[in-house]
Design a protein around this ligand. Structure first.
Ligand SMILES: *Cc1c(COP(=O)(O)O)cnc(C)c1O
Length: 364
């Protein structure tokens, strides 16, 4: 059994069937516990062990050791937009570099500016957020307190395919929409944050991976909830955490390890999925127009347009009748977007590719 509709939503995204079944069972009774996942105390030994296990699953997938900490926080990626600058920017002389490549990095910039001095190293708005910069285009400050960027611009469908920034400047990256979707040199980042609801689980929890080096520089004089030290000391159990959301993340990570076989395999699968859709777009003779420059295309969010908004509306109506959901572009850009997060299967992607071909040929 699985959901009736094929989910290509930009987020919350599709989750693996196996995880949905396990969650269904856990809502009634977590195996071996005798309680619903909705009623297990966050102070229980069971939950303590769950957090420890989830922390080590993240580290294992990323090949990290005790030089990094893993957190499960609330407030979404948006909370990190301000929690990061609050932790590092309120000292005299501190200044952070921000790269703006789309909707989400722009939001991060706005929140950071409220907390301290920011330098924008490149501005993608000038080209309508249709491409990413080459490393040599960035005006990076070798003395910056940190450098912040977004690895995958979910709204525009732009994804960095290399690690950016200068050695010696802490890299901070919002990976909300491509975390654990492919292999990653996680040790080159000092702070990674990614909420769960795109690749990892349900809304309500955000994974933060932070180097101990950076933690040592984090401000202590901030409220406990917004304080990385407090949260790390408490192993994400400072106040009542989202037990269910963390449990689902644990199940998704187990699926990623056991059923998919790790990040290399996940990356290959995601590449194959995206290739199928981009092939339809590229071979459509201009009927489907990809939004992003080909070299910067996202494997997670395939954004495209049709020759008219009427055709786009028809596309969405027929897609919906055919059992697809979540294909409308973000409200800020319009157009169409197929999101291919980890939980979206190759089979579902092939069905969509076939639908797109068919939709075009029916109009030729
Ligand atoms: C969806 C998204 C966000 C917003 O996250 P919230 O959890 O809703 O705060 C931030 N950054 C990126 C890259 C996203 O894709």
């Amino acid at each position: 059994m699985h959901p009736n509709q094929l989910n290509f939503s930009g987020g919350p995204g599709a989750l693996p069937d196996r995880v949905l079944r396990q969650l269904q069972e856990a809502v009634l009774e977590v195996p071996g516990v005798g309680l619903s996942i909705l009623g297990i105390s966050h102070r229980s030994d069971w939950f303590k062990a769950l957090v420890e296990q989830a922390e080590s699953q993240v580290k294992q997938l990323l090949g990290l050791d005790s030089a990094h900490h893993v957190l499960f926080l609330q407030g979404g990626a948006t909370q990190q937009f301000s929690m990061v600058p609050m932790a590092f920017l309120n000292r005299p002389g501190s200044q952070a570099d921000y790269l703006t490549t789309g909707y989400w990095s722009q939001k991060a910039l706005v929140d950071a500016r409220q907390q301290g001095a920011i330098q924008q190293v490149w501005e993608g708005q000038d080209n309508g957020y249709t491409r990413l910069p080459q490393p040599e285009e960035l005006r990076l400050n070798p003395k910056a307190t940190y450098f912040h960027y977004v690895s995958n611009e979910t709204v525009e469908g732009l994804q960095h395919h290399q690690v950016l920034g200068l050695e010696g400047v802490p890299r901070v990256c919002d990976m909300s929409s491509d975390f654990l979707s492919r292999p990653l040199h996680a040790d080159r980042f000092d702070l990674i944050y990614a909420h769960a609801q795109k690749n990892l689980g349900p809304a309500g929890v955000t994974v933060v991976v932070m180097s101990d080096d950076l933690l040592q520089k984090a401000q202590r004089n901030v409220p406990g909830f917004l304080n990385y030290h407090t949260q790390i000391d408490a192993h994400s159990n400072f106040n009542t955490p989202p037990v269910l959301a963390i449990y689902v993340v644990h199940l998704v990570l187990r699926w990623l390890q056991e059923e998919v076989g790790g990040l290399v395999r996940m990356g290959q699968l995601n590449q194959t999925k995206a290739q199928h859709l981009y092939q339809v777009i590229d071979q459509s003779g201009g009927f489907y127009q990809g939004r992003a420059h080909a070299a910067d295309r996202s494997l997670m969010n395939v954004c495209f347009r049709l020759p008219s908004t009427e055709l786009e509306a028809q596309f969405l109506t027929q897609a919906s009748a055919a059992g697809f959901t979540g294909l409308a572009g973000h409200r800020s850009t319009g157009g169409l977007r197929a999101s291919l997060y980890n939980g979206v299967t190759l089979e579902a992607t092939l069905v969509l590719a076939e639908f797109m071909r068919h939709f075009q040929h029916a109009r030729a």
